[in-house]
Design a binder for this molecule. Structure first.
Ligand SMILES: [Zn+2]
Length: 241
């Protein structure tokens, strides 16, 4: 029979205590790291809902509900995309210069220069993206917004992002690849539609066959162009912002 000496009892108690203490420490650590993880996820969600600057422009159909819809759509953008577009102001309305010169309210516009109605430069209008209330009312507002923001991304981010090991920018590579598709439209317009479809599919997990794009059909996106857009977005937006 096993003899319990005083020292055996002491050692057994000591061992049990150390074991219990270790278990408690492990459990405590697990709880703390779990709450840290949910905290990190929570801050990610909070950052995601931070609104992009939103203004209201001249309207042919002024209703706050459209500005609100646009604001909500922009706030739902992935964080990296929002940060990449921090310098861009989103406006619900008709671009004043295009309204004057075309005598109509275009559904969407990207203005990097800042064109005032009289053709002069207006600092306030520089780096603006416009989505009209008509576009939102028709149900195409978010697609128009993505198309115009894609113009801004191409000009302000992809143009300054080198596609290593080449010495070209991702903008240049994408414009070349899109030109090769032989679509009878300007390459930058087709590219803006392609990027809108790309974000719809991979950032928002939408059924892109229901998206409104004017320059390209979903079936027209070859794999190599999709892969190049993926590389550009990953390298120039997701990793950087
Ligand atoms: Zn366009």
């Amino acid at each position: 029979m096993f003899k319990l000496s005083r020292s055996t009892v002491f050692l057994t108690t000591l061992f049990t205590s150390i074991l219990l203490a270790t278990i408690i420490v492990i459990l405590l650590f697990a709880t703390v790291s779990e709450s840290l993880t949910s905290k990190a996820q929570y801050s990610k969600r909070a950052a995601r809902s931070a609104p992009i600057a939103l203004l209201t422009g001249p309207q042919s159909n002024q209703e706050d509900v459209y500005t609100q819809a646009l604001n909500e759509a922009a706030a739902d953008f992935p964080h990296a995309l929002q940060v990449a577009l921090t310098g861009i102001k989103i406006v619900n309305g008709c671009h004043p210069y295009l309204l004057k010169t075309n005598n109509s309210c275009v559904w969407g516009a990207y203005d990097s220069y800042g064109w005032a109605a009289d053709g002069s430069h207006d600092q306030q209008l520089q780096d603006t993206v416009w989505v009209s209330s008509e576009a939102i009312a028709s149900g195409a507002g978010i697609d128009v917004l993505l198309h115009e923001l894609s113009h801004a991304l191409v000009d302000q981010v992809l143009a300054n992002c080198e596609a290593l090991p080449t010495s070209n920018s991702y903008k240049q590579l994408l414009v070349d690849a899109v030109s090769d598709l032989g679509i009878d439209e300007s390459a930058t317009e087709v590219l803006a539609d392609l990027l809108a479809l790309y974000f719809g599919k991979y950032f928002f997990d939408w059924d892109i066959s229901t998206m409104h794009t004017s320059y390209v059909d979903v079936e027209e996106i070859p794999y190599r162009v999709n892969a190049l857009m993926g590389a550009a977005v990953h390298r120039c937006i997701t990793l950087v912002f």
